[in-house]
Each structure stands twice: as C-alpha cells, then as structure tokens.
Design a protein around this ligand. Structure first.
Ligand code: ADP
Ligand code: DP6
Ligand code: CO
Length: 326
C-alpha cells in the first residue's frame, strides 16, 4: 500500500487571497495560475498496519508538532474519503524552498493528495483530486494540472464545486518565469494568517473583491489569445492590488523588503526600454518575473546586476501530477 507522486508548484497570475470558509478552504475569489517545471515535490505514502500514528518526514527530517498535525488532519480526510483505517508514513522531498513564498504548500499538498489516494487504490478524477488537495492548501487545487489552470471558487456550501480546471496545457504556450530569490528565509506571516488578517480587518479588501472579475476575464482572455502584453499588464496589476490589501490590515503588514522593490523597479525600467517583462509577488519578499522566452536572457542578465539578487531560477510551464514507480 505504497505510492509515489510528483506535483509541481504553481504561481498565481490572478491571486487567491482570502477564504470564505476556513475549514473547507473555500476561497473568496477564483484564481488563475501557471504550473512551473523547475519546482516540485515528490511524496511517497505508505499505509502500514504496524503504526500507532502518522509519520511525516520532510527532506529527510521527521517533523513533529503542528507540521505533523497538518499532515495527519489531511490524511484523516483521505481516510474518510477512501473509507480506510490505518496510519501512514509520508516521506516528502521538496525541490523548492519550503515556506519562502515559492508555493511549497501547493506542490506539497497536491503530491500528498495524489500519493495517498493511489496508495489506497482509490480511484479519483482530477477534479476530485483538486477538491482534496484544496483542503490541504488552497493553491494546491491548481497544481493537479500542467500549464495554465483556474480554480473556480464554487457556490456549494460543502465545497463540492470548488476545484480547478485546466485552461491551456503546458506545451500550448511557452512563457518564461524567472523566480528571483532575494531572501531564502521562511516568511514571517504565513499565507494562511496573512489572508485571514486581511479579510477580517483591511478596509481595502472590498476593493480587491470588487475589481476581481475584470482581472479574471482579462487574464482568461489573454491566455486563450496568447496575448502576452494583456496577460502581463493584468497580472502585475493584480499582484499589486493583493499586496495593497495588507497595508490596510490591522495590524498592517508588508511582505516586501527593499530588494523586492529594487526588482520591481528594474522590471518597470526594462519595459520602458521596450522589453516586455512583468512581475508578481506572493506572500514573501521574492519576486517572479514573467517574460517571453526570446527575452529571458536579457531580463536575467539585467536582474543579475542587482546586488540584492541571490539567485534566479528560470522556469517554464510545467506538468500536472504524475506517479512514479517505486
Ligand atoms: P509557500 O509559499 O512555500 O507555499 P506557505 O506558508 O503557503 O508557504 O506553506 C508552507 C507550509 O506548507 C509548510 O509550513 C508546510 O505545512 C506545508 N508544506 C510545505 N512543503 C510540504 C510538503 N512537501 N508536504 C506537505 N506539506 C508541505
Ligand atoms: C499569495 O494556498 O499557501 O500565494 O490555502 O492557507 O494554505 P492556504 O494558503 P496558500 O495561499 C497562497 C496565496 C498566494 C496566492 C496564490 O497562490 O493564489
Ligand atoms: Co503556499
């Protein structure tokens, strides 16, 4: 009763920011993402008769406390869904920095959802997997698919219509995503806490929700038409709006550092010089710069001139979940 699955991270072009139901991970708004080839998680799950509790090993280290509880809580859901009793060993390797704003929770829970259901021989559709992964981390709902995906917020109270679908497969439209590392440390305000505080206290949150439909349809339309300028314009605007909501929270918070702003300014300067590049930022100081493959070297070279840039990981659209034979 063992299976191994791999899931890639995804970067949101239109952000998921805020839950309407924390228990079920139901979002306030739809979101749109690209799955990345460079960053992924590989997770093995084996259900065993001889265990008296679940075991979670991450990057070779056995995890305790809250981290283990999160995994156990998720496995309870899998056990309920697949009608199985018995504990499991979860052994996971992150080929992505953990909790640093590079979406390890997305690849982590998508891989766990796939490996745990497969270990139990439980047949499940991609939509079913997306619903399951969503309940580990919202962004994981989108990592089931390769390429471009949209997570539909859904309207049912039980979350049965809140899942992602693919917009375009990974080979349909190549874009370059430069993950610019300005800080490798784990973030101070986890996404979960950051979005909760914003929903509860920020007067700007209403503005975020009000303008979302426009961003979503512009992004969807741009992906279908493969119109890079339209997509870049809306994704950068959407990221800035998300971060603006945190400024209005109580207590207020800011994910950026000086280095984040330096990178943002270089991207805007590149555009002034005719190179189409756009940035997006998640719940952390690191920046993802998106451009067309023909420009990736120019963009990378210019960014590397910045002293604050520690590393740049060049990514392209990546695949959805797949299973590895062990
Ligand atoms: P990130 O930007 O990396 O997604 P989050 O704050 O959203 O940061 O999530 C980090 C959390 O995701 C970790 O504290 C851990 O609970 C979970 N996580 C990370 N990697 C894995 C993994 N491989 N398997 C299961 N859960 C993981
Ligand atoms: C800013 O999916 O990490 O990256 O659902 O609480 O686990 P939880 O949060 P998570 O939030 C991601 C927030 C974001 C935007 C996005 O990926 O859409
Ligand atoms: Co996350």
């Amino acid at each position: 009763m063992k299976a191994t699955a791999r899931a890639h991270t995804n970067i949101a072009l239109i952000k998921y920011w805020g839950k309407r139901d924390e228990q079920l991970f139901l979002p306030m708004n739809n979101s749109i993402s690209i799955t990345l080839d460079r960053f992924y998680t590989t997770t093995s799950v084996s259900f065993r008769e001889d265990l008296s509790a679940d075991v979670f090993v991450l990057d070779g280290k056995e995890m305790g406390g809250h981290e283990r509880e999160k995994i156990s809580g998720f496995l309870n859901l899998v056990r309920r869904t697949a009608n199985h009793q018995g504990y499991a060993v979860v052994d996971s390797l992150n080929e992505v920095p953990t909790a640093a704003g590079f979406a390890s929770s997305a690849s982590g829970f998508a891989a766990l959802a796939a490996a745990s259901t497969r270990a139990l021989n439980f047949t499940i559709s991609n939509e079913g997997l997306s619903i399951l992964a969503r309940q580990g981390s919202g962004s994981a709902s989108r990592s089931i698919y390769g390429g471009y995906a949209e997570w539909h917020k859904g309207t049912c109270q039980d979350g049965s219509d809140s899942f992602a679908t693919q917009i375009l497969p990974e080979n349909a439209w190549d874009l370059s995503v430069l993950s610019v590392m300005v800080e490798a440390r784990q973030k101070k305000v986890l996404s979960r806490e950051g979005m909760r505080r914003t929903v509860e206290t920020s007067p700007f949150y209403a503005g975020w929700l009000d303008s979302l439909e426009i961003d979503l349809s512009a992004a969807r339309d741009a992906i279908h038409k493969q119109d890079f300028e339209q997509l870049g314009t809306v994704l950068e605007r959407n990221a800035l709006k998300m971060h603006a909501t945190t400024f209005g929270a109580n207590p207020p918070f800011l994910y950026w550092t000086g280095a984040t702003i330096d990178v943002m300014q270089v991207v805007q300067e590149l555009r002034e010089n005719g190179v189409l590049a756009y940035f997006t930022i998640d719940a952390g100081p690191n920046v993802k710069v998106i451009c067309q493959p023909a420009d990736e070297q120019v963009v990378k070279d210019r960014l590397l001139e910045l002293e604050c840039v520690q590393d740049i990981f060049l990514c392209h659209p990546g695949p959805g979940i797949h299973y590895l034979t062990t």
